[in-house]
Design a protein around this ligand. Structure first.
Ligand code: ZN
Length: 248
């Protein structure tokens, strides 16, 4: 194992708090709490509606406060297995070109509102990163790798900076986890010298929720231990990991 310094300053590991689908409880509860404590995270949006400019309006202040607004694709297409209609639009019937058109248009819209010269991260809708099925099934990770600095998938352990796939970072779905569980995951990052991505949806309400008291317990822990636990948006940690890998 390399003796190279893997994290900046005195950090023992890194944590990225990530939030999907632009839920109102994120704006109402998570962001004010994080802003009060000076913690920043990544909020993944799908700007698909006709009035996308208006829908993105509340997120401008979030971007300006230092959070990353991430790309969650335009149409949020997942497997058709979620529904009962065999003819529904699903990843099974899309091509790699379809995916590229979709994510590039989402990026055009997000860049207009939330410019990120250093690069933006992507998050696979429903944690699924394929098109086609059976013999025609293909990964669309290479498409994402052409356009984004990093991307969030799903996995089991926190990411090692020298071994992770930056375009399929492992993450934990933390819905319904307790504050103690969440703190335990953050501490696992420190003890293993790794980078953990925690996936939130609703806070108190909405789908896959975490209770606000549990979320607050995690945030207070990250604040108290900010000298040794690096809490930062996915794109920012990815930029550091790229530098480490380049030997800078
Ligand atoms: Zn989603």
């Amino acid at each position: 194992m390399s003796t190279r310094k893997l994290w900046p300053e005195e950090y023992e590991g890194a944590v990225s708090l990530t939030f999907d689908d632009g839920l109102p409880s994120q704006l109402r509860i998570a962001i004010p709490l994080m802003n009060d404590l000076g913690l920043t995270g990544t909020f993944y949006l799908s700007p698909r509606e006709d009035d996308w400019r208006e829908k993105l309006e509340p997120w401008i202040a979030v971007h300006e406060a230092g959070h990353e607004i991430g790309n969650h694709s335009l149409n949020h297409t997942c497997s058709r297995a979620f529904g009962d209609d065999p003819h529904a639009r699903g990843l099974e019937s899309l091509t790699l070109e379809d995916i590229e058109v979709d994510v590039v248009e989402a990026e055009r819209r997000l860049s207009e509102r939330f410019p990120r010269p250093g690069g933006r991260s992507f998050c696979y809708p429903c944690w699924q990163s394929h098109v086609g099925e059976g013999l025609t099934r293909q990964s669309y990770v290479p498409v994402i790798a052409r356009h984004f600095i990093a991307a969030r998938g799903l996995g089991e352990v926190p990411n090692h900076p020298l071994t992770c796939d930056l375009h399929f970072l492992w993450s934990w779905d933390v819905s319904r986890r307790t504050g103690a569980d969440l703190v335990g995951l953050a501490e696992q990052c420190a003890s293993r010298g790794r980078w953990g991505l925690l996936v939130f949806h609703g806070i108190d309400s909405g789908h896959l929720p975490v209770a606000s008291v549990d979320f607050a317990e995690l945030c207070r822990h990250l604040d108290r231990h900010r000298d040794r636990l690096w809490t930062a948006p996915v794109a920012d940690v990815a930029a550091w990991v790229r530098e480490v890998r380049n030997g800078v």
